[in-house]
Design a protein around this ligand. Structure first.
Ligand code: HEC
Length: 534
């Protein structure tokens, strides 16, 4: 509308009007009418029972307890977590707050967090258990539970899972159901129907005393399809449009690579994969193109004390329709930008920009619509690495020469592009997005990180947990030798649901401690707490 007023500068006026309108309603923001809809849409998916967010945000009490903190994490863009720049390209399930939504939160907090009328509350979305997208046709599970050691180390373990299908089976959607949110960090699924790959994987499995076998960077064997499926916290499951998908053959196997995050105590996981068969015959099978270091202009060697950008160009031979894009690097990664351009560089198609790469929030990003890349176009992929001591997670201090390798302390440059051969009309095919109101939930005991952490021994430290059932609960603090130094709950009765407890740590020496929860069902959960000098 404004563009009709050519040549006139309306912005000072408009700004004033908006400001007045804003100021007059600010005092009236209430939790139930204004704040709850924002929180339920953007936060509760992770911040609720059994999910990875450290505290639940479902009620007025829970949200107002963190008021200032919520303003801080939303204003700074830290929450909701989403690394790609949403102004650069659109990706499915993207999470961000508009400036208006951020302003509602901050003004609500500044004006004293009024609760308002519960009748205005839209209601906490119901989060059914088991699947976000319906009743799976096949559930494949890790053959046996895996015990992740309580040694504060990352673990990458690959599990060999027979598909068990007896005939050629067409697959439309793949959903990972993480078995233990306390440690499950990401999952990658490969597909193979090659007997020698399968027997290689089986012998690796047999050689490793634990279930599965250890393999950090990839699956340790050559697979037919590298990205059959995948999961990182908070991403919607992969659902292909009708007539596009994967095929599983009799005798085929899936390799599930689980990344388990550091944990101070043993944790057990048995992740499951929901498979949804195709409703209509699959006409185009999804293929993965891997842009690795062989496409780089320069050898993949990262000098120390320097910020270095690597660039790959790959020409696309035949028209393709892209389904997903997954950039991958390790701890030195700083940013990614990927676009496709016509050979004369006149037309560009932005694909993804990640201005601040975050190793902990890597994703398998799908496009809301299939993206058509004409044959002859060139994909340009830039990744910048910060190998200076300013990078707080640089694995080397002082920085060292870095190159390709499988370990977290090595680096990688890989871009996975998934797609199908282009067909006219593909641009109009939308990928379905699960309703945010039907995201998955896990009803089980959970312990959330203590906060603040690190803390000084003078501070009151809070720790939240969720109990699947009511009963006697014990919360204690131990030193690194396992000696108990404080007991906050001593077999006291606690109800089913959420609890927030304070841990008083006055008088304790600075150092590392472990807080430990024994739940009514006998499960033990623990986390690490750093105490600084007061
Ligand atoms: C995709 C899952 C996800 C979503 C969506 C999400 N969070 Fe979080 N949130 C997390 C995780 C995981 C953590 C703990 C790890 C961390 O701090 O990075 C966290 C931490 C927090 C913290 C504590 C920060 C700290 O460092 O202790 C606050 C406050 C918070 N989130 C608020 C929000 C708000 C407000 C929203 C919605 C606007 C939101 N989160 C959306 C997953 C999520």
């Amino acid at each position: 509308m404004l563009s009709n007023f050519h040549g006139m500068n309306w912005s000072p006026f408009l700004g004033l009007v908006l400001f007045l309108a804003h100021a007059s309603v600010a005092a009236q923001y209430t939790f139930h009418a204004d704040v709850a809809p924002i929180i339920y849409t953007h936060c509760t998916q992770c911040h609720r029972q059994g999910e990875i967010g450290p505290m639940p945000f479902t009620t007025y009490e829970e949200v107002s307890a963190y008021g200032n903190f919520i303003v801080y994490v939303t204003a700074s863009g830290y929450m909701p977590p989403w690394t790609p720049d949403h102004n650069y390209s659109s990706l499915r399930g993207e999470r961000f707050l508009t400036e208006e939504e951020k302003a509602v939160l901050s003004e609500w907090v500044a004006s004293g967090m009024s609760e308002g009328n519960p009748a205005d509350n839209p209601g906490v979305p119901s989060f059914p258990e088991g699947s976000q997208i319906g009743e799976p046709d096949l559930v494949l599970s890790m053959p046996e539970p895996f015990v992740h050691q309580g040694n504060m180390m990352d673990q990458y373990q690959v599990f060999v899972i027979p598909t068990g299908v007896t005939q050629s089976t067409e697959v439309q959607a793949i959903e990972v159901r993480p078995g233990n949110n306390a440690v499950d960090h990401h999952a990658l699924i490969a597909y193979t129907n090659n007997p020698s790959t399968i027997s290689q994987a089986q012998s690796l499995d047999a050689a490793d005393p634990a279930p599965g076998y250890e393999s950090f960077g990839d699956y340790g064997v050559d697979v037919d399809e590298f990205l059959f499926g995948g999961w990182v916290p908070g991403t919607p499951p992969i659902q292909f449009p009708s007539t596009i998908g994967h095929v599983m053959e009799p005798g085929s196997h899936l390799l599930l690579q689980m990344h388990y995050g550091p944990s101070p105590i043993e944790e057990t996981d048995q992740t499951e994969i929901n498979i949804f068969f195709a409703d209509a015959p699959i006409q185009r099978e999804v293929e993965t193109m891997i842009v690795g270091p062989q496409f780089l202009d320069t050898p993949f060697i990262i000098p120390p004390d320097q910020i270095t950008t690597f660039h790959a160009s790959v020409e696309i031979d035949e028209d393709v329709s892209l389904v997903s894009i997954t950039p991958h690097c390790h701890l030195l990664g700083k940013s990614w930008e990927v676009f496709a351009r016509s050979s004369d560089a006149v037309d560009t198609i932005p694909l993804i920009s990640i201005p601040s790469w975050d190793f902990n929030w890597q994703g398998l990003f799908t496009f809301p619509q299939l993206v058509h890349i004409p044959g002859g176009y060139v994909v340009e992929a830039f990744c910048t690495y910060d190998n200076t001591s300013d990078n707080p997670i640089n694995p080397n201090d002082p920085p060292e020469w870095m190159t390709w390798g499988e370990f977290t302390t090595d680096e990688m440059y890989v871009l996975f592009l998934q797609g199908v051969p282009y067909m006219a009309g593909d641009e109009d095919i939308a990928m379905s997005v699960p309703d945010r109101n039907t995201m998955m939930t896990y009803v089980r005991d959970n312990l959330y990180p203590a906060w603040p952490n690190p803390a000084s021994s003078e501070q009151s430290i809070q720790v939240g947990f969720h109990l699947a059932q009511a009963g006697r609960t014990t919360l204690s603090l131990h030193d690194l030798n396992g000696r108990e130094v404080r007991r906050f709950l001593d077999g006291e009765l606690r109800g089913q649901g959420y609890h927030l407890e304070s841990m008083g740590v006055q008088g304790l020496a600075k150092g590392t401690y472990v807080y430990r929860l024994v739940t009514p069902s006998g499960e033990v959960r623990a986390g690490q707490l750093q105490l600084m000098a007061p």
